[in-house]
Design a protein around this ligand. Structure first.
Ligand SMILES: *[C@@H]1O[C@H](CO)[C@@H](O)[C@H](O)[C@H]1NC(C)=O
Ligand SMILES: *[C@@H]1O[C@H](CO)[C@@H](O)[C@H](O)[C@H]1NC(C)=O
Ligand SMILES: *[C@@H]1O[C@H](CO)[C@@H](O)[C@H](O)[C@H]1NC(C)=O
Ligand SMILES: *[C@@H]1O[C@H](CO)[C@@H](O)[C@H](O)[C@H]1NC(C)=O
Ligand SMILES: *[C@@H]1O[C@H](CO)[C@@H](O)[C@H](O)[C@H]1NC(C)=O
Ligand SMILES: *[C@@H]1O[C@H](CO)[C@@H](O)[C@H](O)[C@H]1NC(C)=O
Ligand SMILES: *[C@@H]1O[C@H](CO)[C@@H](O)[C@H](O)[C@H]1NC(C)=O
Ligand SMILES: *[C@@H]1O[C@H](CO)[C@@H](O)[C@H](O)[C@H]1NC(C)=O
Length: 510
């Protein structure tokens, strides 16, 4: 009985998936489909009704009842027939389209089946995999919309963005079924991509700043990563976006449709190894790194509901994606009781240059004990990273499933906390005007999160490890002067704006 119901619900979700995909395919030019306000993951049915409202739009019905345009169907089939990675279980999405949409919708409306579904305990056998029941539950709880995955030229202030310049081969990604790691870099940091992807094993949205002549080594680096590593993980998961200022447009923009059809000569050392950091076009022209433009581009292009905006040198603990999504699907306390907006910070550590990056919390703890691992930025800025219950986190034993370890706020003694967290597209953006060199580039987002009373649900077993090599503070007079300017700009220009837009709250500061 229970099995049948699950089966039915799963089939309903499949039909919804197909319908939503078609909807997205029919609206190629729109960026995101109907906007949704922040909706907390609760069981009161509000999100569910949001999805049903969406499903009931006349437009949606017309789309679902129309015959499919051949091209979108073809793309769809191609994508489903591809080898699907472990976090995106292969589902035979075309198999169950015989039941009529109207009938399924009617059943979905039946409130008792809705309520039963959310109250039923989810049986999770393997935390590192996503079962059909988990996926159906996620679809239901997240009520997210599919986003398009097309190459596009667009503008962001003074920057031109080649969105989806080189797309991953993963094909269609449904918004509930995985998480996107969103990140950014200049090409000289692309050596981080292989270790990152091997541990993440899910989509990565990577924005690359490639002004002027930097576009050539950027393209060669992308080609090397896709062609020369002896596995297809990067092809499978990583989508590359390229952007540059309108004052530094490359003389010629390589056409991906051309260069992707030519195998790269893998005996040539990749530019991210052969070119020195001071030899890039960016450095020679003394350009600043527009870190927040990059972050926002990477995030905007992510296809999933949950995103992990991170720095490219931070490697996640393995199985983070399925473990996190199983936790969300279980929807236990405090996820099902709190109605505040939330994000999920991940603890960050540094390890010695020569050691192996730990894969489990237990291993990390052994390394903390013998000092081959330390908390992030311990020697760079120990007070910048005052983190709620960090000591308790480090001593707590690893458990067999992911849970919320502690719910913190970015207030009082944690007011300057700059966490890296799993969030959603509803979270505030980073301020495009701030550069990496000027520092404090994430503080304005932190302030908004605080004023909006976000809860910081720190995850128990998950962690990020910085690329091996423990950092020590090095004085840099040029950077200090840029930082002083940016600090003044934040205080005198941005803060008054934020106060007008978001108001203030006791305990919140930059
Ligand atoms: C949907 O279909 C109905 C009946 O075929 C039609 O009257 C209506 O205008 C259509 N709506 C849209 C948005 O195309
Ligand atoms: C999917 O379902 C179709 C129709 O039932 C069937 O022909 C096909 O073999 C199935 N594919 C897989 C991978 O199970
Ligand atoms: C589901 O659980 C909630 C909270 O425990 C309860 O209020 C509600 O009545 C339950 N619904 C059903 C159908 O059991
Ligand atoms: C590949 O590059 C190497 C080293 O530059 C060169 O010797 C070789 O001829 C190249 N191979 C091809 C097929 O172009
Ligand atoms: C880059 O730095 C190296 C030493 O780190 C130096 O030898 C070289 O001349 C520099 N190149 C440029 C173009 O400044
Ligand atoms: C939240 O989840 C816990 C554990 O799964 C459950 O005991 C509790 O009844 C749920 N609370 C609500 C309000 O649904
Ligand atoms: C520290 O602990 C880790 C994990 O147990 C181990 O692999 C490593 O060899 C240890 N290093 C030293 C210097 O003790
Ligand atoms: C943590 O794990 C260690 C080793 O497995 C065990 O000895 C200890 O009792 C555990 N601590 C707690 C609080 O469970």
């Amino acid at each position: 009985m229970v099995g049948n119901r699950r089966n039915f619900i799963f089939r309903v979700s499949i039909v919804i998936n197909i319908a939503v995909l078609l909807y997205a395919a029919m609206h190629l030019s729109g960026s995101t489909g109907p906007g949704v306000e922040w909706v907390p993951v609760t069981v009161d049915g509000s999100e569910r009704s949001a999805e049903l409202r969406y499903l009931n739009t006349v437009e949606f019905r017309n789309v679902t009842e129309t015959r499919l345009p051949d091209s979108s169907m073809k793309n769809y089939e191609e994508s489903t027939s591809q080898k699907t990675p472990s976090t995106m279980p292969s589902t035979n999405k075309t198999a169950s389209s015989t039941t009529s949409i109207a009938e399924l919708e009617k059943k979905l409306h039946d409130t008792s089946s809705e309520a039963e579904m959310v109250n039923e305990t989810l049986d999770i056998v393997d935390e590192n995999a996503l079962s059909d029941a988990t996926l159906a539950r996620l679809r239901f709880l997240l009520a997210c919309n599919e986003r398009d995955f097309l190459p596009q030229y667009l503008q962001r202030g003074e920057y031109w963005v080649l969105k989806n310049y080189v797309r991953a081969d993963h094909g269609t990604v449904l918004c509930h079924e995985t998480i996107t790691y969103t990140t950014h870099a200049g090409f000289e940091f692309l050596d981080n991509v292989p270790p990152l992807v091997e541990r993440w094993m899910a989509p990565v949205s990577l924005a690359i700043h490639a002004p002027g002549a930097d576009v050539v080594p950027t393209v060669n680096s992308i080609r090397y990563l896709r062609d020369c590593l002896g596995n297809d993980l990067i092809r499978q998961f990583v989508t590359f976006h390229v952007f540059f200022s309108n004052k530094h447009i490359p003389t010629k923009i390589p056409d991906p449709n051309v260069f992707l059809n030519v195998p790269y000569n893998c005996t040539v050392t990749p530019p991210f190894i052969s070119i020195r950091a001071n030899e890039t076009y960016m450095k020679q022209k003394n350009l600043l790194y527009p870190v927040n433009v990059a972050r926002n581009i990477a995030r905007d292009s992510a296809l999933t509901h949950y995103i992990l905006p991170s720095d490219i040198e931070l490697y996640p603990s393995p199985n983070l994606v399925p473990r996190f999504l199983n936790m969300i699907a279980r929807n236990a306390k405090p996820l099902n009781t709190s109605t505040k907006p939330r994000v999920f910070p991940i603890s960050i550590f540094e390890v010695d240059a020569k050691v192996h990056v730990p894969s489990t919390k237990t291993e990390l703890q052994a390394m903390l004990a013998n000092k081959t691992a330390i908390p992030f930025h311990k020697f760079v800025c120990p007070n910048c990273h005052n983190i709620p219950q960090r000591q308790q986190w480090m001593t707590a034993n690893e458990t067999n499933q992911m849970d919320v370890f502690h719910v913190g706020k970015r207030q009082r003694s944690f007011v300057h906390w700059e966490p890296i967290f799993i969030g959603t597209h509803q979270d505030p953006y980073y301020d495009d005007r701030l550069s990496w060199e000027g520092k404090k580039d994430k503080m304005t987002q932190g302030y908004i999160l605080c004023v909006k009373d976000y809860e910081f649900m720190i995850l128990n077993n998950a962690f990020l490890i910085h690329k091996p090599g423990i950092k020590h503070y090095v004085r840099n007079a040029k950077r200090d002067s840029l930082a002083a300017k940016q600090t003044a700009y934040i205080k005198n220009v941005i803060m008054p704006e934020l106060k007008k837009l978001y108001g203030t709250r006791n305990g919140c500061a930059l």
